[in-house]
Structure formats: C-alpha cells, structure tokens
Design a protein around this ligand. Structure first.
Ligand SMILES: [Zn+2]
Length: 869
C-alpha cells in the first residue's frame, strides 16, 4: 500500500446460520423466520442498508419460504437487486466426513435453488468448516468458482490472508483467509469511542496479514441479526477515520477489488497445495471424526446406496423403459432421488454430521437417514427388479447378480432362494452351463413335519460385467447333509491362512504369496476419554485395556466352498466411566462383549471383519489395532478424489496452538501403510478416523470404533485453548448399546495402487435379485458402462439433470496422469464434456463409441452421453 492510499474496510453483513446445533432445527427456524422478516423490512425501507449475505447456503431460503410462502417475490426482488446474496451451497457441510460427490450435489442443488431468485453468489464460502480438504479447489473450479473464503485449518506458515490454493490436479482458486473467523466485525457499536476502539482492534488483527489495501470485515456471527443502524455506524466511522474508509459491500465485490489491486502482482501471492488441518491458529475440532460413530456409518450407507445403486440402475431401467414403453409413459425417478439427496445433505451440515449437537438434533437425523435410505432402496429395488425380469429367461427361478463397480469382477454374494418340491437349491448355472456351488448360510437342519420354503445361500458368481449383471438358473437336488463345522482356530484359502490366538483373540494372518505372517491383528484397545463432542482428551491418569478378561472363545461358524468364518468372542472388563475428579478411569467395571467374525472367500485376496460391540460403559474410546510390522514415514489415506500421503509425525505444539495436534486423521474407504516393497491396506465402511502410530516394531494402524463422551463442549480441556460450544449434557453421545462395524485387511506387494480396488469392492459388494417372472428380452449378461483403467474411478452415473442423457463422472485416483477409454454400453448419441454443474464445455473425443480420456492426477471429468428421447 502506498502512503497516499487508504485502507478500505470492506464490511460484509451476514449471519452464520447453524441450522441445528445446541437447539433443534425448528427452534432455530423460529428465530430464522423472525430474522428474515426483519431483514426484508430493513432492505425494503432503508436503501442505505445495502447488502446481506445468507451464509452461503440456500437451504435458509427453503426453510423460510416453507413458513412464509407469500414472501417469495420479496426475496427474489432483493436477490435480483444484488442486496440479498444467496447460495452457492445447499448447506455448509463438513468437508471431511462427506463424499466428494456429496459436496458436488450440495453445490448443484444450492446453486439451482438460489437461481430461482436471482444470480447466485459464486464464492466458495467455507467459513466454519472444521478444516479444508485437499480437493476443494478442484470442486470449486469445476463450478466456475474462482475464489474461496476459509478460516479453520490454516497455519502460520502462510504469510498473507490472500493466497492461491491449489488442488493436486492443478486447479487453483484465490483463497481469502479470515485470520480470526467470520465474526470479527459483529455488532459494530454506534457510540463513537467504542466504535473507534473496535475498528482499531479489527485493523490490528487484519492489517498484518493483508497483501492489499482491502480488509474483509465480517459483520455478523452465529445466528446474529442484521444491524439496522449499520449505515449510521459506517457514516460515523468515515467521519472519524483519516487513513481508512468503511464500505458496506459483498464478498464478490471484495474479491474483485483484491484481484484488481493485485493485478499483475498477484503472481507474488504464495501458492499452497494441500489440505488445511492445523490447530495452530484456530480450532479444527479434530475429535468430530469419531463422535457418534453411527452417524458416519449411516451417512456412508446412504451415499453408497444413492450413488452405486439407486442412481445408476434407475438410469438404466429408465432407458430400457423408454425403449419399451415410450417416453411418455416412462416415469422418471428424479423426484424420489432429489428428495433423498436433500434429506441426506441436511444431515451433512457441519454441526449435524460431526455429531456435535444436542441429542434431539441427532434423533431427528436418524429419521432423515431412515427416510433417505427407504427412498433409495425403493428406487434401486424397483430398478434392479425391472432389469432382472427383462434379463432372466422365462419360466424357471433365476438369480440375477448385479455389480455396482467397474469390472468384470467376482465377489461374495448372497441370495434367498425358494425350495422346490422338497428339493433344495444346490448350484447356480450360467448361460454357458458353468456351475457355481451354493453354500447354505444360517442353515437350520430340517425338522420332521416342517417344510423349509426358502434358504439363504452364499456363492461366488464368477465374473460379473462392469456396472452390469449376469443371470443364473438354479439347479435343485437332494442336499448332502451338512457336516458339523469342525472345531478349529484357523481358516485357509489360496491366499491366506488365518489363525485366532486362543489367549487374546488376536489374528495371525499368513499371506502365502508374500510368504509373510503378521501377528496381533484385530486387537481391541480401550482407553478413557474426558473430552467432549469436539475433541478427544485422555484423562491424566489413563488406563489402557488391551486384553480380554478371559481367554477368548473361538468358533468356526462357516467353512464352505464360498466363505469360511471364524468367530471370536471376547469379554473385556472396562471401567464404568471416569473417576469423580475426571482425572482417571473408575474402579467399577462392566463386562463389554465384543464378537468379531473374520471371513475369507474363495478367490478373493481380502480378510473381512464384522465386529459387534455391546457398549455398557461411558467416557471411553475403543479402537482396533493392526500392527503392520512395516517401516514408513507416511500413511496413505484415501480422500475425496485421490490418495493423500500424510506424515506419521505429529507436529510440535509450542504451547500457543489453539488446539494441540493429534495423530488421528480422516480417511474415506481405506488407509494404507507400505514400505514400497509390501504393505497392509485397511478398508472400512463408514469408519472415518484412523491413526498410524510409529513404534519400535513398525507402524500400527488404529481404527476408531467408538468415542463416548458426556458433554457437547467442556468449558476447559488441557488440549484445547478456546471455547468450542455450550456446556450441555449429551447422554446420547455415550453411544451405549449395540454397534456393528465392518472393516477389511488387504495385504499386498508394492504400494496402495495394487490393492485399493479390493477396498472399493469391500465397500460395494454384489447384490442379487431372485425372480420367477423372467421375460428373456435382454442378454443374459450385460453392462451399462465400462472403464478401461482401474485408476479411473466412477464418481457418478445417473440420468442427466436436464433429462437428456446419462451423466458419467470419473476421476483419476492415481498420483500420476492416467489415460483410458470409457464406453456407455447402451445406444447413445453425441458425447460432450460438461462441468460439475452439467453445463457444456465442448465435445468429447470419441472413436467408435469409445471416449478417450487423459486425466491429470486426481482430475475430475464429467461426460454427458445424449440418449434418444
Ligand atoms: Zn457453524
């Protein structure tokens, strides 16, 4: 800034609207309606009150208009005039705990709602997110958004408030960092001296970080209303300031001004690549990745159901329906799907999915999850049955196996099959006459006089086409009497020998190809937690319990041609809670039953676990440990559109950090530790928190199963130096009762690249539909889409939003550029590349119906295949 220039204090009025948090949704909405009534009145009656931003989330408008439907035009008038700023998000989600595709839908829906009223605010406003993900610049740039406003997670190594933030694929946005959050300029006083003092303090915070003469003064805070007197306050300030001027403005105008002043000099801004998860300057509330774990599990189930089943298979069924019934009669599932997505996205707001609200909020979330799941199940169930009936030959009982991933692939699949004239299903037979044996599951021996009508079977169907299906006939016969499972502590297939330790219940896994045995796997470790919904905090005198009270009970519960399962039952004696002073764990004990089932399958290089915990105790953290025996400085954790190598070392806290650093981190479906020669990959379903712990015997991966606390926020924690929220009791956060967890081990040679496909297969198993209503109108096996490279991962496959075609979104998960071909295996017309908002960018490179793709590392591409109407 030259001496002649004045500081420009750009005042942006807003309200940070946590939709549900320490009050339930309807209680906050009652306040929201009053706030917006008064805000509209202010905008209509005082032209000097220029602008107000609706927190970057369009759901505020939906929530308001449901109560005040008559104010639609009044809102539109203010949005159109640029005085009320709406969008671009639907809700302010947590970035780490939701999927990449969920963040894309969040923006799509948020922008679409805002557009009903006027031009949306196209700024990546991320004011309160508990850290920033590495791929956010790719997502924003994919919508044509060129700037982000962020707070939490940025450390002191970035010297200015303004910098370029780059994603692994090279996408860049201008990042505006809020040095002290979104409330610095809240409630500006109208009294002259107080005002001048506040402005002095604000400038002391902002000026040292500013790289231009513009300072962003956020005039608002949590659930605060607009200040009607603000125009007078600004006038008063401007009469009294000599070296600065206050301007009532908007975020887009601030970003524009900053960009213009830097102009050609903007190349001198730092360019930073990566995620921001540092607690050095602001709280990142790192414990939320394990608070109320059931929420994370349900969210993952719903995302998987929508993205891998409901959307792709309803798009396919709809194509077929249009062909056979005509466009007029073929009803689309778009309405069901968009309702399901909205329910899910409402649960993804940061205070909701993080589990850091009062119990009533999370009770309401459970209902939204259930409704989302029912909608998605109804759509996918209907679609799968429609396709199955068209594909299955006429007459006999048929099993149609569906694959929701690239392929062809096999995997364990189950079906419930009818018996026939006292004969039992023995095998499945494909159209080439190849037979697949059936393994009876949960077999109840026939008792005299009782006719068993249906049996549950497991099988490995062989290669099922990519995003496709394969049909089988059922072969019936007289069952051989099932032998009683032999007593055993070990199971074995071509890949592994898996043995349970009779003393502590841990697993020894021998990988036959690698010639390696790893001991001590699947050890449960329980410690105290005197933290709260936001942060894990071990008590001063913690007591770690790493062994069951008795030698474990081990049973071979299945030993068939498809699946073999060892069941390990453990009784842990756990402290009932904390001591009265909260400094240690109580002496009173309760028995915690943990039952873990370890399964291997013919032809699948994976060891799957299903673990049931009946939690009877409070204020503790339960994790499961996997010592890898490997040396490494990094763990490779799957993120939204790629894999991030995070260092194991925990940064040093010099006592000035807002939140002490911790070794736990978020991941998506897997984390991997490898030494370049070989590695161990741990996959999970909806368990987003891991820690890779460096020890004398190598790296141990810890996966959090439960973190149980009693307070929304404690006023003081030794590892947190700021207040995180109100001190309310939240008994539901103790997570008492029964929980079931799914995770899987994949030993491998080389790096994670050679094993992650198995993690995705674990996350997305095959499904079957049994039908006797076959019409035989389709081929006995078929595919909707095929992708020529395993590094190109599907993000979305669904009917286009404009109803004209199929959307296929892919990303390159690899850390280097990848080329490959993509083919929609159904009749289609032109193929165009579109952006993340499905707006056309240009024609795709197509050769003989194959689309050629060359993607940078972690690059996302969206194709629209035109299909005839
Ligand atoms: Zn918030």
């Amino acid at each position: 800034m030259t001496p002649a220039q004045k500081w420009q204090l750009m005042v942006v009025s807003h309200s940070h609207w946590d939709r549900e948090w320490y009050l339930p949704f309807e209680a906050f909405r009652a306040r929201l309606v009053g706030m917006l009534d008064r805000l509209l009145h202010l905008l209509e009656t005082n032209p000097d009150y220029k602008h107000f931003m609706l927190d970057g989330q369009s759901i505020i408008l939906e929530d308001y208009l449901e109560i005040r439907p008559d104010r639609r035009q009044d809102i539109a008038r203010q949005v159109e005039a640029g005085r009320l700023l709406a969008g671009p998000w639907y809700v302010l989600a947590d970035e780490f705990l939701v999927g990449g595709e969920a963040l894309i839908r969040n923006l799509q829906i948020g922008i679409a709602i805002a557009r009903q009223f006027g031009p949306p605010m196209m700024v990546g406003y991320l004011p309160d997110m508990f850290g920033q993900i590495v791929h956010m610049p790719s997502i924003l740039a994919g919508f044509g958004i060129s700037a982000a406003v962020i707070w939490r997670g940025v450390d002191r190594s970035i010297p200015t408030s303004e910098f370029f933030w780059r994603a692994p694929d090279g996408s860049e946005v201008l990042a505006i960092h809020l040095p002290q959050g979104y409330g610095l300029g809240r409630a500006l006083p109208r009294e002259r001296e107080l005002l001048m003092k506040r402005l002095h303090n604000i400038r002391q915070v902002l000026e040292p970080w500013a790289s231009t003469s513009y300072l962003l003064v956020m005039n608002g805070d949590d659930h605060l209303e607009a200040q009607p007197e603000l125009p007078a306050v600004i006038a008063l300030a401007n009469e009294n300031l000599e070296d600065a001027v206050l301007v009532h403005t908007t975020l887009p105008a601030f970003i524009e001004a900053v960009g213009q002043e830097m102009g050609a000099r903007s190349h001198s801004w730092p360019c930073v690549e990566g995620e921001f998860r540092s607690g050095q300057r602001a709280l990142i509330l790192s414990g939320v990745t394990s608070t109320r774990m059931w929420i994370k599990q349900r969210n993952q189930q719903c995302e998987d159901l929508l993205l891998h089943w409901a959307e792709p298979f309803s798009a396919w069924a709809n194509l077929l329906r249009r062909r056979s019934e005509g466009a007029d009669r073929a009803a689309s599932d778009a309405g069901f799907l968009s309702t399901a997505w909205r329910l899910l996205l409402q649960n993804q707001a940061h205070d909701s999915i993080c589990g850091c609200s009062i119990d009533e909020v999370h009770d309401e979330m459970a209902v939204r999850f259930r409704r989302c799941q029912r909608l998605a199940e109804a759509v996918s169930g209907h679609a799968l049955r429609y396709i199955a009936d068209l594909a299955a030959p006429e007459g006999k009982t048929q099993v149609v196996v569906f694959n929701p991933l690239n392929g062809p692939r096999s995997g364990f699949c189950t079906a419930r099959l009818p018996c026939q004239d006292g004969r039992q299903p023995l095998a499945l037979e494909d159209e080439d006459g190849r037979r697949v044996p059936l393994q009876p599951l949960r077999h109840s021996p026939p008792s005299p006089g009782v006719i068993q009508e249906r049996v549950q079977v497991g099988f490995l169907p062989g290669e099922v086409p990519a995003y496709g299906y394969k049909t089988f006939g059922v072969v019936y016969g007289k069952p051989t009497r099932p032998g009683r499972p032999r007593p055993a502590q070990a199971i074995e297939n071509d890949y592994f020998r898996v043995e349970a330790n009779t003393l502590d219940g841990t697993i020894s896994l021998t990988d036959k190809a690698l010639g390696v045995t790893i001991d001590g796997l699947n050890r449960f470790l329980d410690g105290g937690d005197c933290g709260d919904e936001y942060n894990y905090c071990p008590p001063t005198h913690d007591e770690l319990i790493a062994n069951p009270r008795h030698p474990s009970r081990i049973r071979l519960v299945e030993d068939g041609l498809a699946r073999s399962t060892l069941e390990i039952a453990l009784d842990y004696s756990l402290p009932q809670g904390l001591t009265a002073d909260g400094q240690g764990r109580s002496r009173r004990r309760r028995t915690c039953r943990i039952v873990s089932r370890a399964s291997i399958y013919a032809g699948v290089p994976r060891l799957d676990f299903e673990t049931e915990v009946d939690n009877p105790v409070e204020n503790h953290r339960l994790r499961v440990h996997f010592p890898t025996g490997l040396r490494s400085q990094f763990a490779h954790a799957e993120q939204h559109f790629g894999v991030l190598a995070r260092p194991l070392a925990v940064p040093e806290d010099d006592g000035t950090w807002a939140e002490a650093p911790i070794g736990t981190h978020p991941h998506k479906s897997f984390v991997d530790v490898n030494d370049g020669q070989r590695g161990l990959l741990l996959a999970n379903r909806g368990l987003p928190e891991y820690e890779a712990i460096d020890g004398s015997q190598g790296v141990t991966i810890a996966l959090t199963l439960l973190r149980c606390v009693s307070w929304l926020a404690r006023p003081r924690l030794p590892n947190r130096r700021e207040v995180a929220g109100p001190p309310l009791a939240v008994p539901g956060a103790q997570c008492l009762g029964r929980h079931v967890f799914h995770y899987s081990l994949i030993p491998h040679s080389g790096g994670w690249e050679s094993a992650f496909v198995q993690a995705h297969r674990f996350a997305h198993p095959l499904r079957s539909v049994t039908t006797t209503a076959g019409k035989g109108q389709l081929a006995p096996r078929a595919s909707l889409l095929s992708i020529g490279s395993s590094a190109l991962v599907l993000s979305a496959l669904r009917a286009a939003a404009n109803g004209q075609g199929i959307i296929v979104r892919l990303y390159n998960i690899a850390s280097q550029p990848t080329s490959g071909e993509v083919r929609l295996e159904q009749p289609h017309g032109d193929v165009e590349v579109v952006n993340l908002n499905e707006e056309p960018l240009g024609p795709a490179e197509v050769d003989e119906r194959r689309v050629h793709l060359s993607l940078k590392r972690n690059e996302i591409i969206t194709l629209r295949f035109r299909t005839s109407r």
